[in-house]
Write a protein that binds this ligand. Structure first.
Ligand SMILES: *Cc1c(COP(=O)(O)O)cnc(C)c1O
Length: 347
């Protein structure tokens, strides 16, 4: 393979996102065979089975399937917030920058981004306490929610360890705030830290998680919390148009996805290999903790174009180049990408 091959001759190596993963034959056959019912009128047995299993895995009283992680977060924020409430979230959080402002537009919340002063992806508990303020006169702004994210996507897929998670939840609760956890990639955090997902969702009032990323399901997320929370969340899901009928065919994919959480370790290993290789080539990359590699470059758009010319697809994230490793890119693809970059692109 020569450097001046045109992209059309090169096998595309797609590192844009772990959402690119496609359902394989096994997942499709389980979906096709799923037992179903009308999940709006009464219940769909496969959705119910998924919700029960997820509630168990996350150690919450109840869980609710949703079509997307964006809807899961919106449902949680809408349930926790009243119009005009301020909520706190680490700067760059998905709920702040990647959900089109729905936290404000639909959930009525006023966002207050917190600096990552405890390390990438997380504020210090004291910062949460200070930002929460306290009770004041009747004309004081109400701050009612802390929304965390684990792993933190924009910070490069960093996994927040259980002790730091617990300290943040305690600080928020002490200040009278509820806590939502955007755990779109809580599975990656769990695998990277070697702790059960429930440990990383301990104490929170709600947690969302995705199956449509590195786990390969085509559709599906979940939001979990108390029984009362999920009752409210179910009404909100219906209001948002997320009440599907024979959704069991989709939930079946999520059940298969749940069986594959351990396999995320392979994505993390591929990310480490890619980061090490890029560093050898003189790139400025941070050591990945999970499946995301962020590279600091002079000119992001120019680098994205140069990579594309080599048949390597990536996306920008916070002014850096983001490579996401997933089950549909192999170790050989990583080797091939490094070889193309080595021949065709200087750092
Ligand atoms: C992808 C993602 C979401 C939203 O999930 P969708 O299913 O794409 O709507 C939420 N939070 C984080 C951190 C994500 O990476």
């Amino acid at each position: 393979m020569t450097v001046d091959s045109t992209p059309s001759e090169l096998k595309p190596l797609d590192f844009r996102s772990d959402t690119l993963t496609r359902p394989d034959e096994h997942m499709r056959s389980v979906m096709a065979a799923a037992e179903v019912g009308d999940n709006v009128i009464d219940t769909d047995p496969t959705i119910r089975a998924l919700e029960e299993r997820v509630a168990d895995v996350l150690d919450k009283p109840a869980a609710l399937w949703t079509p997307s992680g964006t809807m899961a977060n919106l449902i949680a924020l809408s349930t926790h917030l009243r119009r005009g409430d301020r909520f706190l979230a680490p700067r760059g959080a998905h709920v702040l920058v990647n959900e089109l402002g729905s936290a404000a537009w639909l959930a009525g919340g006023m966002p207050d981004p917190l600096d990552h002063d405890a390390g990438p992806g997380r504020p210090r508990p004291e910062t949460v306490r200070a930002a929460a303020g306290g009770t004041g006169p009747y004309y004081t702004l109400r701050t009612t929610l802390l929304s965390l994210e684990n792993t933190h996507n924009a910070a490069g897929g960093v996994a927040i360890p259980p002790d730091e998670h617990a300290a943040l939840v305690a600080a928020a609760h002490d200040a009278g705030l509820r806590v939502h956890l955007d755990g779109a990639r809580i599975w990656n955090a769990s695998v990277a830290l070697g702790v059960p997902p429930a440990t990383l969702a301990a104490g929170v009032d709600s947690v969302s998680a995705c199956f449509s990323k590195g786990l390969g399901a085509p559709v599906g997320s979940v939001v979990a919390g108390s029984t009362e929370f999920v009752e409210q969340a179910r009404r909100m899901r219906q209001m948002l148009g997320g009440g599907v009928r024979q959704g069991g065919v989709l939930a079946a994919a999520c059940l298969v996805a749940l069986d594959r959480v351990d396999e995320l370790a392979e994505d993390h290993a591929k990310a480490a290999t890619l980061a090490a290789g890029l560093r050898e080539l003189g790139w400025d990359v941070t050591e990945p903790q999970t499946n995301i590699v962020l590279a600091k470059v002079e000119d992001v758009n120019a680098t994205l174009d140069s990579l594309r010319a080599l048949g390597i697809l990536t996306l920008p994230m916070g002014g850096k180049v983001r490579f996401v490793l997933h089950r549909d890119v192999t170790s050989d693809d990583v080797t091939e990408a490094l070889s193309r970059i080595g021949k065709g692109l200087s750092a």
